[in-house]
Write a protein that binds this ligand. Structure first.
Ligand code: G3P
Length: 215
C-alpha cells in the first residue's frame, strides 16, 4: 500500500519525508487556501521536494474551462496529477486527459458506482472520502471494499485512493482490504508508528543499559 500525505503545508511535507518514505502528496483547494500561497507557486515547489505524484485540483466546474485549467495545472510540473471532481464535466475532462496521457485523480467519490464510472473514464486514481461518509453514519470502508471488488471483477487499473482519513483504524482497514493508496494528514501519519508499549519498553531498556554502565 502506498502512503501519500494529505496536505499543502510545505514544512509538514519536509518533516515527514525526513522520517518516512512517502509515495505522493494530495492537495485540495481548502488545503492550498490554508497556506496563503497560490497553487501556481506552491505545487512546483512541492513537486521538486518530493519527486513523487502531487495532486493539484481544478476549481473550474464547466467542461471546457476545466479542461483548460487542467492543462495549465499539468504544465506546472511533470509530477502533477490533475484532481477532478466526480461530476459529469469532471469525468468528461478525465477522458480527454486520458487521451493526452495526463494522470488524473478523480475526487469526491462516495459510492462504488461513482468509482466504477471514474475508472471507465480513464482515471489514474479515484479518491474515496471515508471520513466524510462516516460523518453521516455511512460506512466509508464498505464503499472502499465494494470498489476494490468491482475493480478486481473487471481488472480495472485505476488505483483506489482512500482519503478523508480521520484515524489509524482507517489506515489499518485500508491495508487489510488491499487498498492501493491511503492519503492521510501529517498527524495521523505520525500516530501510526506510535505505541505506548514501545515507549515503555525503550525506557526500560535504557534504564537497564544505564544500570550496567554504573557497575
Ligand atoms: O484531500 C481530500 C480529503 O482527504 C479531505 O479530507 O478531512 O476534509 O474530509 P477531509
Amino acid at each position: 500500500m502506498k502512503f501519500f500525505i494529505d496536505t499543502a503545508n510545505f514544512s509538514e511535507i519536509k518533516k515527514i519525508i525526513d522520517v518516512f518514505p512517502i509515495d505522493g502528496v494530495t492537495t485540495n483547494p481548502t488545503l492550498i487556501s490554508q497556506t496563503g500561497e497560490s497553487i501556481q507557486s506552491l505545487i512546483p515547489k512541492i513537486c521538486e521536494l518530493v519527486q513523487k505524484p502531487v495532486s493539484a485540483e481544478v476549481i473550474e466546474t464547466e467542461k471546457d474551462k476545466m479542461y483548460q485549467e487542467a492543462l495549465q495545472l499539468s504544465k506546472l510540473h511533470k509530477n502533477v496529477v490533475v484532481k477532478l471532481p466526480l461530476t459529469k464535466d469532471g469525468l468528461a475532462v478525465c477522458r480527454l486527459l486520458k487521451e493526452k496521457e495526463i494522470p488524473t485523480n478523480v475526487t469526491l467519490c462516495f459510492s462504488p458506482l461513482q468509482a466504477l464510472r471514474a475508472a471507465q473514464s480513464g482515471a489514474t486514481m479515484v479518491s474515496i472520502f471515508v471520513g466524510r461518509l462516516d460523518d453521516i453514519d455511512q460506512s466509508g470502508m464498505q464503499v472502499v471494499a465494494d470498489t476494490l471488488e468491482i475493480f478486481s471483477n473487471y481488472s480495472l487499473k485505476t488505483e483506489v485512493l482512500v482519503a478523508s482519513i480521520r484515524h489509524q483504524k482507517h489506515i489499518l482497514d485500508s491495508a487489510l482490504l488491499g487498498t492501493d493508496i491511503v492519503t492521510a494528514p501529517y498527524k495521523v501519519l505520525n500516530q501510526i508508528i506510535q505505541h505506548p508499549l514501545t515507549d515503555i519498553g525503550l525506557k526500560k531498556f535504557l534504564e537497564s543499559a544505564q544500570a550496567l554502565q554504573k557497575k
